[in-house]
Design a protein around this ligand. Structure first.
Ligand code: AMP
Length: 506
């Protein structure tokens, strides 16, 4: 169905055409007509599905159709993070450039002055994070008494981040008579309860099951010792010639440390997290988008809302302990119908998190180990999710939409160049699958490291995909009790080999 059939006015159609969109995404196709009819909408959609346009386009149209005779905002969009607020605001500006509507974005971490000035001047649309908006409301600079349309974007995340009280306070100042549009990638009991308290007879738009992106992304996990992760990551990036790699750590400190370590491995990297100033975050994001740095290391919260079109690689350097975060993380790739790749580096203490994730996704993620010959083998794992109760939400339907208007899809395949491709001078041995000089385990893959090319095995990546027949469960590549084989035939030299490789050249 073309955009023109959705009932949008010509200025908006021109704007989406200018953006290069040919056909509405499934969520747009379903949400736009409902919103134009002034219905409340609940969208089961995560970033990457086109949800921003799904609410922005009809919202702009409704605002353009009604009169604006005062300075107070008529639409309020709440988002969990500054980055998302700024991106949503930019989209609203792009889509609405031919309409005579004013908008502003409000978030913390930057001066109050310009935000106050724009509010005083008068705006039709405010895009805001809850904390700063509340601050401005308390200063009597933001008056929400004329809001007709309320959008809650990434509602699940806002609740996760503890914004519930701020949101409740904000909602008290918004007229009861309003249209509510609520988007959430996941639906825990808390989110559902929250939605029920806000929405009135909503149209449910569940075109995007929360794992639809997950299905589009080629996912793999490697069981690897904690201490070998960094060498494995460096090796993968170098030997497989990756660029634009978004790497997740759990902590801000971990993100900083990893970025510094990668730099030492001659990989350009920057960290992005909540302790960084807004300008530092924006600088890092701009450098990453412009391909000036190879790696952006991010924490979950900082990465929310990052819209990097065509991001090819996401690496879970540390596994998230909340399964839903995995979906959000890998949702940074495989966007807008494109294929992407997500690699998880899983150490012993994180295995249960992986099984929790599989449970949430309702599918198994292929798990590999790198054996003592540096070869990649599928690991035969004993999958036991944690007993602890996560806020797992029910799967909202299964109509996975893999592409916008029929494009894209596909699993990201392409295992080719990872085989024996020895790309000196950077790496002596192959990548994680090459079977070359132990790259992923820590020693290989660095031009400076003479040990790099010394491993055994020529390494055909395809051959390495065989099941590890004789290997038992819970194999690991390094740093645990059952490395290599669980049948008591642990090669005596393996651990020391790794340890040597790791200790040299670093
Ligand atoms: P969102 O889910 O809103 O974060 O959008 C994800 C990405 O898809 C953004 O880069 C949008 O610019 C892009 N996008 C949104 N709608 C469409 C469409 N109909 N066709 C192609 N790309 C789109």
């Amino acid at each position: 169905m073309p955009f023109a059939k959705l009932g949008l006015r010509s200025e908006l159609i021109e704007a989406v055409v200018a953006k290069g969109y040919d056909t509405p995404s499934p969520i747009q196709e379903r949400a736009i007509p409902a919103i134009l009819e002034r219905r409340d909408v609940i969208g089961g959609a995560q970033t990457g599905t086109g949800k921003t346009a799904a609410f922005s386009l009809p919202m702009l149209q409704l605002l353009a159709e009604s009169s604006f005779n005062n300075k107070r905002p008529r639409a309020l969009v709440l988002t969990p993070t500054r980055e998302l607020a700024s991106q949503v605001h930019q989209s609203i500006r792009d889509y609405g450039q031919k309409l005579n509507l004013r908008s502003t974005v409000i978030f913390g971490g930057v001066g109050l002055g310009p935000q106050i000035t724009s509010l005083r001047r008068g705006v039709d649309i405010v895009v805001a994070t809850p904390g700063r908006l509340l601050d401005l409301m308390q200063r009597r600079e933001a008056n929400l008494s004329a809001v007709e349309i309320l959008v809650l974007d990434e509602a699940d995340r806002m609740l996760d981040m503890g914004f519930i009280h701020d949101i409740k306070k904000i909602l008290k100042e918004v007229p009861n008579e309003r249209q509510n549009l609520l988007f959430s990638a996941t639906y825990s009991k808390e989110v559902k309860k929250f939605c029920d308290g806000i929405l009135r007879d909503p149209v449910e738009v569940e075109v995007s099951a929360r794992n639809s992106t997950a299905e589009r992304v080629d996912q793999e996990a490697y069981i690897v010792g904690q201490k070998s992760k960094r060498a494995m990551l460096s090796s993968m990036i170098k030997n497989e010639n990756w660029s634009q790699v978004l790497v997740f750590t759990r902590t801000k400190h971990g993100a900083n440390r990893l970025a510094t370590q990668l730099e030492k491995d001659d990989i350009s990297a920057m960290a992005i997290h909540g302790n960084k100033s807004q300008s530092a975050r924006e600088r890092a994001l701009a450098a990453f988008k412009a391909n000036r740095i190879e790696v952006l290391v991010a924490t979950d919260i900082a990465a929310r809302g990052l819209d990097i079109v065509d991001l090819p690689y996401v690496v879970n350097y540390e596994m998230p302990n909340v399964a839903e975060d995995y979906v959000h993380r890998i949702g940074r790739t495989g966007r807008a119908g494109k294929a992407g790749k997500a690699i998880s580096l899983v150490c012993e203490t994180e295995e249960e998190y992986l099984w929790d994730i599989e449970k949430l996704l309702k599918r198994e993620i292929p798990v590999f180990i790198i054996d003592q010959n540096g070869e990649r083998r599928e690991a035969d794992m004993d999958r036991k999710p944690t007993s602890k109760k996560h806020a797992h939400s029910k799967n909202r339907g299964g109509s996975a939409n893999r592409s916008f208007g029929g494009g894209g899809g596909g699993g990201g395949g392409g295992r080719g160049p990872r085989g024996g491709g020895n790309r000196n001078p950077r790496g002596g041995g192959g990548g994680p699958r090459s079977g070359g000089g132990g790259g992923p385990r820590g020693g290989g893959g660095r031009g400076r490291n003479p040990e790099g090319g010394s491993g055994a095995g020529a390494g055909s990546s395809q051959n390495n995909r065989r099941r590890s027949g004789g290997q038992g469960n819970r194999q690991r590549s390094e740093g645990n009790s059952s490395e290599g084989s669980s049948q008591g035939s642990k090669p005596p030299t393996f651990r020391s080999k790794i340890t040597n490789l790791l200790s040299r050249g670093r």
